[in-house]
Design a binder for this molecule. Structure first.
Ligand SMILES: NC(=O)NCCC(=O)O
Ligand SMILES: [Zn+2]
Length: 560
């Protein structure tokens, strides 16, 4: 039987388990069900409506000495964020149990990593699988999207719950969980978008943090009339995040300017994709990034700026960090691997394929600039904003760039693009690469060391990586469902050889071995050390102090 299915059983109040919901045991046959029942009853369980609720998930993991699944990754160089070293890696039932040279495990499945790097699987901090958006739905759903992710060496995505304005966030979260749980081929987690503001939203944020494993909320400063919050609402949302110990995230663009300037473009007869960039040039992103930083800093709330696309936005983050603000920046594969001159391409479909918000910048030195900041630690994580639409969907805006569904690909190619532009180019070493593609995300979003490192006790989410092999990216060969690839023709060093998700080979030398629905939801606790340690300390030691003085006793002018 496939013991990975046991992951579908979990314990309430256990941090390593998906949520407080009870989930049905997932088995294929009556015999397996009987086996599971025996196993469950030997453990500390409660039976609820014929399903089993484990009181201690760890006891389940420890009890799996029967029917163990073992995988030995042999002969590679382990690369973590802090060091690299020669070692074999033994995985048992989804967990790394040994990391050292010369491991013998006669009963284990062997993955030969000779000459290759063995790294923590990539964590894509920013995806929008099957997002209903701008009148259509993103074509890479949780199945195709996560299948493509593992082909590229990514073993976890963090997607965004983005309900429509007016829908309670808890309701949106439940919908996303249903969509994702039945399709994901690797582990995933969720950020929740705050697309409107009210007391209901504030209440739901508490429930989401306390019982649904959410510790990050994204606020929009753009999409006027749809998702955009004004400054007062932003401040309320930041304050709420702070109270709950969640990380505030922002989509930083000035939506009022965009609304105004896009009308102007249309009046000028500019209806093509170049209008998309021209009505939101980089200072529009820079202004909003700086404003978000100031607002968050005023309420001592840590801030995470998603999709940093421009030098101006990056500079605002870097300068705020120099002033001591707790702010993190996430460039994405599109901004690190492409430039926005594509919006001026004569082929409409090509130009529309790059339309996303904020736009990819036409200043062709931007990708290098962002990569340098990642390399030196001024920017911290990498995502993709993967949100894909085929030609006929992009064509909704054939006569008006404002109607082109915003979004690009990246989930499959992020690891290769960053290796090529970051490591192969000589900007960063492989350890820093692991930090920006995996470890830092696990720390900032609070699931380290469960993921983001190859160490005993961590989940066996691993990529075996050939740093010297090359591949050419193309929509003709990619696994994503979308019919276009913004990295078309890019030759990348650094190729995924084998991907392992929770101890199971899911991609092997070009062969896909995923199981739909086998990924798990990863709940996350609030008050991540990486974001909140300095914040809480500042609350203690940096409170404003009044000046003790004698009362004023002189005359006071009277106001009529
Ligand atoms: N970024 C983008 O263009 N599409 C996805 C929605 C969003 O995050 O803004
Ligand atoms: Zn996004």
């Amino acid at each position: 039987m496939d013991l990975n299915n046991l992951a579908m059983v979990w314990a309430p109040n256990c941090l390593r388990c998906p949520s407080d919901d009870l989930k049905v045991i997932f088995t294929n046959t009556q015999k397996e069900m009987e086996f599971l029942r025996t196993l469950m009853l030997n453990l500390d369980t409660e039976s609820v409506n014929g399903n089993y609720k484990l009181k201690d998930y760890f006891s389940l993991r420890h009890s799996l000495h029967i029917n163990k699944t073992k995988l030995l990754i042999r002969g590679g160089t382990v690369v973590n964020h802090d060091r690299s070293f020669e070692a074999d890696v033994l995985c048992e039932n989804g967990i790394i149990t040994e990391v050292r040279e010369g491991i013998e495990a006669p009963d284990a499945e062997i993955v030969d990593a000779t000459g290759n790097l063995v790294m923590p699987g990539g964590i894509d901090t920013h995806t929008h699988m099957q997002l209903p958006f701008m009148g259509t739905v993103a074509v890479d759903d949780f199945y195709y999207g996560t299948r493509a992710a593992v082909a590229g060496g990514t073993t976890m995505i963090i997607d965004f719950v983005l309900g429509p304005n007016g829908e309670p966030p808890l309701q949106s979260y439940t919908k996303w969980r249903q969509w994702a749980d039945e399709k994901v081929c690797c582990d995933y987690s969720l950020h929740v978008g705050i697309t409107w503001w009210s007391d209901i939203v504030a209440e739901d944020m508490e429930i989401l943090t306390k019982s649904k494993g959410i510790n990050s909320f994204k606020m929009f400063m753009a999409y006027k009339g749809v998702y955009q919050l004004d400054d007062h609402e932003l401040l309320q949302a930041f304050k709420r995040c702070k109270e709950l110990g969640a990380l505030a995230q922002v989509h930083a663009e000035n939506g009022d300017i965009i609304a105004e300037q896009s009308k102007k473009m249309i009046e000028l007869g500019i209806t093509g994709p170049e209008g998309h960039e021209m009505c939101r040039p980089e200072e529009v992103e820079g202004e909003a990034t700086n404003r978000a930083i100031v607002l968050a800093n005023q309420v001592n709330c840590p801030l995470y700026v998603v999709h940093v696309m421009s030098k101006s936005a990056a500079d605002a983050i870097v300068s705020a960090r120099r002033r001591g603000c707790v702010v993190f920046g996430e460039p994405i594969a599109a901004g690190l691997g492409c430039d926005g001159t594509n919006y001026w391409n004569k082929d409409w479909r090509h130009a529309a394929g790059f339309v996303m918000g904020p736009p990819i910048r036409p200043d062709s030195s931007t990708p290098d600039y962002l990569m340098n900041l990642l390399a030196c630690g001024d920017l911290q994580t990498t995502g993709t904003d993967n949100c894909t639409f085929c030609a006929e969907q992009k064509a909704l805006g054939a006569n008006d760039f404002r109607k082109i569904p915003n979004g690009v690909n990246g989930v499959e190619d992020r690891m290769s693009v960053i290796w090529e532009k970051g490591v192969h180019s000589g900007k960063m070493d492989p350890c820093r690469y692991v930090a920006v593609t995996s470890t830092n995300a696990a720390k900032i979003f609070n699931f380290y060391p469960r993921k983001g490192i190859i160490a005993v006790g961590s989940d066996a989410d691993i990529v075996v990586w050939d740093p010297n092999a090359k591949r050419t990216i193309s929509s003709k060969t990619h696994y994503q469902a979308v019919d276009f690839n913004i990295f078309e023709g890019m030759e990348c060093h650094g190729v995924t050889v084998v991907t392992i998700s929770r101890g199971k080979v899911v991609y092997d030398h070009g062969q896909m071995k995923v199981v739909k629905g086998s990924g798990r939801y990863i709940p996350r606790q609030c008050f991540a050390d990486a974001a909140y340690m300095p914040i809480l300390q500042r609350d203690k030691v940096c409170q404003p102090q009044k000046v003790e003085r004698e009362p004023y006793t002189g005359p006071v002018v009277s106001i009529p």
